[in-house]
Design a protein around this ligand. Sequence first.
Ligand code: GLC
Ligand code: CA
Length: 550
Amino acid sequence: MQPSKDWIKDLVIYQIYPRSFCDSNGDGIGDLPGILSKLDHLSDLGVNALWLSPVYRSPNDDNGYDISGYQEIMEEFGTMEDWDRLRNACRERGIKIIMDMVVNHSSDEHPWFIESRSSRDNPKSEYYIWRDPVDGHEPNNWASCFGGSAWEFVPERGQYYFHYFSKKQPDLNWACPELREEIFSMMDWWVQKGVEGFRVDAISYLDKPQDFPDSKLPPRPDGYSFPDYLSGRPGTHAYIREMNRRVYAPGNVMTVGEVSAPTVEELGNYVRTEREEFDMAIPFVPPIDEINSWSPEKLRNDAWESYILMPKDGWWARFLSNHDKPRQVSLYGDDGEYWEASAKLLAMFIHTLPGTPFIYQGEEIGMTNVSFPSIEDYDDLSTRDNYNQYILSGMDPRRALSLVRLESRDNARTPMQWDSSENAGFTAGRPWLKVNPNYTKINVEAQKQDPRSVYSCYKKLITMRGKSAALSRGDLRFLDAGCPELIGLARSFEGEGLLVFLNFSKESHTIPAGLLESAGDVLMSSYDREDGYRGPELRPYEAVIFKIKA
Ligand code: GLC
Ligand code: CA
C-alpha cells in the first residue's frame, strides 16, 4: 500500500442506489435533493464515504449503468448544481464522494455512439467495436449478459457492434487511443470537481480478442454462448494501469474495481500494490451461482485466501451486499425467526475482517428480499432475461418465478424503508418499483430509537472500528472451532486484540474451551435483544466479540 493511501484503511463506505434512496419531488424516483435531505442518516451511522451509483445522464435501460452524458446529471435525479450541493454537504460532514464510473460501455444514446454508427468513416467511427457480418450473420456466437446475441446490426454501416451487456450498452473500443484520451480527461474533470474515489464498473472486460473466436461453452437456452475468455486479459490490465497513471495517481483518488475474477490469484492481479491498478476490488459473482455455492465455510475460506494472497501489499473491499445481489440477510442469514440476530451476525463478520467495509443502503436496518406476485412487477433487465431463459428451457412459469425471486437484483432495489408511513416514506407519489411490504416493521425510524436494533449494531461496529487499530490495521487469524458453521477469528495489532465467534446456523454450537482462554470482556453480542452472551454454547446466529485479555 502506498503510504499516501493509508487513509483508505479508515473508510467505511455507504453505497447509495439513487433511484431507490429518497424521492424529493413525488415523481416516484429517488434523486439528488432526496439524498441531500438524508445526509444526516449517513453522519449518524458514522460512515465517512459515499459510493454513488451512477447519476449521469442516461436513458435508464440499466438504471444509469448506460451513460449518455458523462459530464451531465440524469434529469430525473436533478442538476449539476444539486450535485455540487451534495459534494459540499458531504465535505462539511467529512464524507468522501466515490463516483461509480462506467467506461466499459456507454449508452447507445451517447453522442459518440450516434456519430459512430452513422457511417464507417466518421471521426468517432473507431470509438466502438464494429465488425462485418460473417456469412450474413453475427461475427460470432457470443451471448450478451442480458440475453440474446452480443452483436447488433446497424444498417447505416452494414456492420455489427459489440455489446457485452444490453444492446443499449455498446462496448467502448479501448484499443482506440482517442477514446482512451476522452475517458481519462472526463474522469480527471470529475477529480477536479472534488471526487475522491471511483468505483469502476465491469472493468475486467476492456480488452477484447480482436479475432472474436466462437465460444466453446454450451449455448444458453436462447442459442448464444457466453464468451469463454473475456475477463482479465493482459491488455485489460495494461489499460487499467494507464488509467491509474493518468487519473488515479495524480488525483490521489481511492479506487475500487468491479471485476469478474474466477480465482483469487486473478483477483490479486487487480489490487496487489506493485500492479498499480486498483486499491480494492469487488468481485462479481452471478447471484444464482452465489446462491447455489455459498456456505459459511466458503465465506471463511474466501476471506482467508484473499488475506494471505496479499497481507502486506494490497487491500480488500469487504461486503456481502450491493445493487446486484440479493439482500444479505435473506441470502446468508435468516429473514424469518432469526432475522435480527442473523442481520447483526453478518454485520459483525464483515466489520471485523481486515479491509474496508461497504454497507449497501438498507442493509443497516436488515432489509430483506421481496417476493413480487408476478414477473411483471420486476423491473431489472437481467431478472427478465433470466426468467425468459428459464421459460425457453421449458421450465414451469411458477418455478421460474420462484427462482427469479431468489436471485433478482430488484431485491436490493426496492425503495429504502425510512418509516412506517405510506410507501415507507420514500416518496409522496407512486414508487418506480414497489416497496417491500415489510416496511411497517423494518424501517429506519423504528430502529434509530432502539439501542438494540440492527441499525444500532452497525453504529456500534463503526464506532468500534474507528477506535480499534486491531480492526482497521490488525492481522487476521482464523481459529478452528471444530465445526464449519462456527467461524472463529482473531485480530491483533501492537498488543491490542479482538476475538470473534459467529454461529452461522439455526443450531447451537459450542466454542471450544481452549479458544476462550484469552477472551476478556464481551464487547458486542448479536443477542443483545435478549440477555447478551451467556456462555460458550452459541444459540442460532449468535455472534460475539471479545476483547483479548492483556
Ligand atoms: C455492473 C453493475 C451492474 C450493471 C453492469 C453493466 O455489474 O454493477 O449493475 O448492470 O455492470 O454496467
Ligand atoms: Ca424524484
